[in-house]
Design a protein around this ligand. Structure first.
Ligand code: 6R9
Length: 644
């Protein structure tokens, strides 16, 4: 848990530039926000019924706005309605403003820019949708996407939506083992990939990783391969098809398949406190409404803005704020293929200047890394187009917040620290740029429709009023909440709805301070957040014990200045195995292989024994204190089998 609120928290008022400049913010006072928010939680049916009709284009209107409850876990929105997500994101804008740029692709090499208009996007998506149909992908089928940050990845997601197929994007930093498990869990028959990825001047062997994964994935009939770098890649005749060959055969129009509001739009796997990742399922209408509204209000998106989210589409932030949110609003969205430091740490600032970006969204880990590299990398860049700058993925420490506000926002932009999760679908706690004064480190106030509750972790009692700390829950259903865990509804209930009856449980700790501001304190479960990537301790431990030398493993999160948290792993060895030079490196490679490079432990300790309770449970709490230099606060060690 990080960040501390106190009576002396500085409060940053809404910047003058937003209040007095053009365009005028959609919500421009706290009173106005408060009134809208109260309406939204007191009468969600009329509030979201109206917005649902205005924001989404329906092929068949809905009659019921919402049904079900958090108690029963059967929430559904806009029940009878039918629509198509791709039509909502592409067609209607292609018809109204065909030449507006939908996607700016900023390639790995600076200057390597591609712009795609809405009408071009529609044609490309239709072609691809026709390819999918020709490969016998039908409504309800799942398509796995393991691709680099290129416009074709966005097209692929939209093409799935166009024919009612369900996309399951796997972040291209995952290993072949992780990819295989995700493909097998969702039973995908089609996998999309590229010959290679390109990032930070290096080629990434994307197709080879897919080949490796598919050795253990019997469900897959075809792999559609995009040519990105042109390098030679291994080829399985019959199974592998070139993207460009297949596209050429198809016509550039494909009618959208209308689906029910509650039909699935996508699956996205995420880590929880237990071992295997969960396929979080989002449905169509509620998710799109959440994405569209949060993008509009939290980033104060206006026509002609250029919106840039730096997240990879493999994560939920890429889904909601690179693709669905911006395109629902008919915006121009940036797809960034490179890294913040390639070829120099000026890359973000160069991108903002070149494309005249108005809203910029990144993660605290990137902000901290760039801050550390020094202010000289910002010198001379014109960042004056920016109005709103956002942060997501983990708590932002006040130092990083101030740097972002001063150096990037030049003290005239709204800084939005946005709190949400894969499962919430869209942002749930965040400032509104024109309405809410901020406190560095606090995500401030709930978005429309979100009724947060701070609960006593033991009794589950709601802590009313201000100046309270506990676990964060949400007490009413909202449109974009995840509906289930793929093929495992019980796990959905057990993880989110059963811990505190009648509430959605976030897994995060939180404080509501004396002024009602919400401060997120970090996970209260066994989830480690490394640079905004969610990993479960159990997942890493399972990877380690796959190594023949390891008897037992315990993984805990340590504090890290750059990545927020980092992974510390303790391993005991099997009898007759000696600790050897190079073993730690081998174990580290083991984790990279099973999960992916971003899960590499910072430290691996080979130890003779692990602290355990007498009943044999590993006491991670103790290890956590040790890695964070808090040995003096080990707490109660009386249940330890061997306290020494
Ligand atoms: C969107 C995303 C969710 C977890 C969440 C929390 C942490 C995200 C945060 C934040 C503090 C913020 N988190 N945003 N903590 N302040 N602004 O990151 O989704 O990958 O599912 O992670 O990330 O711990 O529970 P996801």
């Amino acid at each position: 848990m990080t960040a501390d609120s106190s009576a002396s928290d500085p409060v940053f008022p809404v910047p003058e530039r937003l209040l007095n400049g053009k365009p005028t913010p959609f919500v421009s006072s706290f009173e106005e926000y408060k009134k809208l928010w109260e309406e939204s939680v007191q009468d969600p049916t009329s509030f979201f019924g109206k917005l649902g009709r205005e924001t989404l284009t329906w092929s068949k209107p809905f009659e019921t706005v919402m049904s079900g409850s958090l108690l029963e876990g059967d929430v559904a929105w806009f029940l009878e309605g039918e629509l198509n997500a791709c039509y909502n994101c592409v067609d209607r804008h292609a018809l109204a403003q065909p030449n507006k740029v939908a996607i700016i692709h900023e390639g790995d090499e600076p200057g390597n820019v591609r712009k795609i208009t809405y009408s071009e996007l529609l044609r490309e998506v239709c072609r691809l949708a026709n390819v999918f149909t020709s490969l016998d992908v039908r409504k309800g089928d799942t398509v796995a996407i393991y691709m680099p940050m290129v416009p074709e990845t966005v097209m692929a997601m939209l093409a799935c939506a166009r024919i009612g197929a369900v996309h399951s994007v796997v972040f291209a930093g995952f290993s072949s083992d992780s990819l295989r498990d995700r493909i097998n869990d969702c039973g995908a028959r089609l996998v999309l990939t590229a010959d290679e990825g390109r990032r930070g001047g290096k080629n990434i062997a994307t197709k080879r990783i897919v080949d490796e994964a598919l050795k253990g994935s019997p469900s897959v009939d075809h792999v559609l391969v995009l040519r990105r770098t042109g390098s030679e890649v291994p080829w399985a005749d019959g199974r592998d098809l070139w993207w460009h060959d297949e596209i050429e055969k198809t016509r550039p129009y494909c009618p959208p398949t209308n689906v029910n509001a509650e039909d699935p739009l996508f699956l996205l796997y995420t880590s929880g406190s237990t071992g295997t990742p969960k396929g979080v399922m989002h449905t169509t209408a509620g998710y799109l409404l959440g994405a569209a509204l949060t993008l509009k209000y939290i980033f104060d998106y206006h026509e002609n803005d250029v919106y840039a989210c730096m997240a990879d589409v493999g994560w939920i932030t890429g889904h909601t704020y690179l693709l669905y949110g911006p395109l629902m609003n008919g915006a121009t969205t940036v797809v960034f293929e490179s890294t913040p430091t390639y070829p120099t740490p000026s890359r973000f600032w160069d991108l903002i200047q070149t494309h005249k970006v108005t809203q910029f969204y990144t993660a605290p880990t990137a902000i901290r890394a760039l801050r550390r590299l020094g202010d000289k990398w910002l010198e001379g860049y014109d960042l004056s187009t920016l109005r709103v700058i956002g942060s997501v993925g983990e708590p932002i420490n006040p130092e990083a917040w101030h740097w972002y506000n001063e150096k990037v926002g030049r003290n005239v932009c709204a800084v939005v620290d946005t709190y949400w999760q894969t499962e919430t679908g869209s942002i749930v706690v965040s400032p509104l740029p024109g309405a809410i004064s901020t406190k560095p480190g606090s995500a401030t106030f709930p978005f429309f429709g979100i009724k947060p509750a701070v609960l006593d972790p033991q009794s589950g009692k709601e802590l009313e009023g201000n100046d309270v700390t506990g676990v964060l829950a949400i007490s009413q259903p909202w449109p974009s909440m995840a509906r289930t865990v793929y093929k495992n509804h019980n796990r959905y209930l057990d993880t989110y709805l059963k811990p505190y009856k009648g509430y959605y449980f976030t897994g995060d700790g939180a404080t509501r301070d004396k002024d009602g501001y919400i401060w997120i304190r970090g996970r209260v479960d066994d989830v480690i957040n490394v640079s905004g990537h969610r990993l479960s301790t159990a997942e890493i431990e399972s990877a380690l014990i796959l190594h023949p030398a390891v008897a037992e493993a315990a993984v805990v999160g340590g504090n890290d200045e750059l990545t927020g948290q980092c992974i510390h792993a303790y391993c005991t060895l099997k009898p007759n195995v000696e600790d050897s030079e190079g073993l730690e490196k081998e174990l580290s490679l083991q984790v990279r292989k099973v999960i992916g490079p971003f899960a590499t432990p910072k430290r691996i300790y080979v130890v003779p024994d692990l602290p355990k309770t007498r009943s044999g449970k590993i006491m991670r709490r103790i290890l956590r204190k040790i890695v964070n230099n808090e040995q003096d606060q080990l707490g109660d060690t009386s249940t330890l089998a061997e306290p020494a």
